[in-house]
Design a protein around this ligand. Structure first.
Ligand SMILES: *Cc1c(COP(=O)(O)O)cnc(C)c1O
Length: 385
């Protein structure tokens, strides 16, 4: 570090560096598409949303229903399964609070479980111990695009009559044993918030082949107004209708979908770039004593975030050091069983140990290979200092 930045040029360079942890990548195509929607003066849920759903359905080879966030996708999927007060949902504690909020929004209780320390995905054996007569659903979270042993989770669900709602917010375009996430299994929920693998500004989707669930989420996203989706896609409104369930204002609008449609076209390029960056990180960080990489297969993953485990170092110091040299880092996540709203007596020692080691390094399609080289050089010099 001293050597590299002892010269004046070095210092100027140092001051210029500012590497963001994550960001949206937006081009002229998205701007044009949004502008077209604005010109049409039909901003609500209409043609563009219908097209985005059609495009996603071809992508997954299963029906996709779009909503306004990934959190509402999870909430509606659970509601459509009839999950409510008195029910329990098994979920890893180490996830974004969205997974927990979606469960508690139904009135059900999220039951925090341990993670597998290698993949940071749900530890099935721990989940098995927390099974009760109230358990209805298991919610695996595809952390950083990794699925862990998803087959084992499906076996566990099948044996115990549970439904599976995959929190696939990190896993758009990832595959498991050669199959695209969302194209198989029970129900998968995706997020298109600003920094996910593709974005629609904010947004989400429920993907399943269960027709009853599809119909319920289509109605529930529009205040429970029966068959309103069909009406809106024909440019009409429902004036005479019935409502038979609690609904929400969770639909996606044309402005969002217009962005999503352009992003989906670019996804192959984004995916290639994210994979390339991940491989570059692996190239630099594999086989270091003090860093452990997650047990994920870079060939199957389109990484939304790039996370490492610091085995020996104080994370706060490492983050401070990297911040000083212009590198933003993150922590995914603070475990939910430590949040006041969800805290209970549960002890999750593996989660606590691992979560203190996790450090997220920059990952987005505008990052360059030379940025990754710089990040890894800085990280390594911090670890030996
Ligand atoms: C982003 C995310 C969500 C929720 O998605 P939003 O679109 O932000 O509501 C849910 N779970 C995980 C793990 C996420 O990262």
């Amino acid at each position: 570090m001293e050597e590299e930045y002892s010269s004046m040029e070095g210092l100027v360079d140092l001051q210029k560096r500012s590497i963001r942890l994550s960001k949206s990548v937006i081009g002229e195509e998205e701007k044009k598409a949004v502008s077209n929607v604005l010109d049409s003066e039909y901003l609500g849920m209409g043609r563009d949303v219908q097209l985005f759903e059609k495009n996603l359905t071809s992508f997954f080879r299963r029906e996709a229903v779009c909503v306004n966030t990934g959190t509402s996708a999870l909430h509606l999927a659970l509601q459509a399964l009839g999950v409510g007060p008195g029910d329990e949902v098994l979920v890893q504690s180490l996830t974004y609070v969205a997974s927990f909020q979606a469960i508690s929004a139904t009135g059900a209780r999220p039951v925090p479980c341990e993670i597998d320390s290698g993949s940071i995905t749900l530890d099935v054996n721990d989940a098995k111990k927390r099974l009760t007569e109230h358990t209805r659903v298991v919610m695996p979270v595809h952390y950083a695009g990794g699925m862990g042993d998803l087959d084992e989770i499906y076996d566990f669900a099948l044996e115990n009559g549970l439904r599976v709602v995959e929190d696939a917010a990190h896993a758009f375009g990832c595959s498991y044993k050669g199959k695209k996430v969302g194209s198989f299994g029970d129900i998968a929920c995706f997020s298109f918030d600003g920094i996910k693998n593709i974005t629609s500004g904010e947004g989400g989707a429920i993907v399943t082949d269960d027709d009853e669930i599809l119909q319920k989420v289509r109605d529930a996203r529009l205040l429970g107004v029966e068959k309103d989706t069909h009406k809106r896609y024909s440019g009409e409104r429902s004036w005479d209708f019935d409502v038979k369930m609690q609904g929400w204002r969770y639909h996606m609008n044309n402005i969002m979908a217009a962005i999503g449609n352009e992003q989906l076209k670019k996804f192959p390029v984004f995916a290639e770039k994210r994979k390339e960056l991940m491989k570059r990180y692996y190239h630099h960080l594999l086989n270091l004593d003090s860093i452990e990489l997650l047990n994920h297969d870079p060939d199957y993953i389109v990484p939304h975030i790039f996370v490492i485990k610091l085995k020996k170092h104080d994370r706060a110091r490492v983050r401070e050091y990297l911040e000083m040299v212009g590198i933003q880092t993150g922590v995914h996540y603070k475990s939910n069983h430590h949040l006041s709203f969800y805290s209970n007596e549960v002890l999750l020692p593996v989660t606590d140990e691992i979560s203190s080691q996790l450090l997220t390094l920059p990952m987005h399609p505008d990052l360059t290979l030379s940025d990754v080289d710089y990040i890894c050089t800085q990280l390594k010099s911090c670890l030996v200092s």
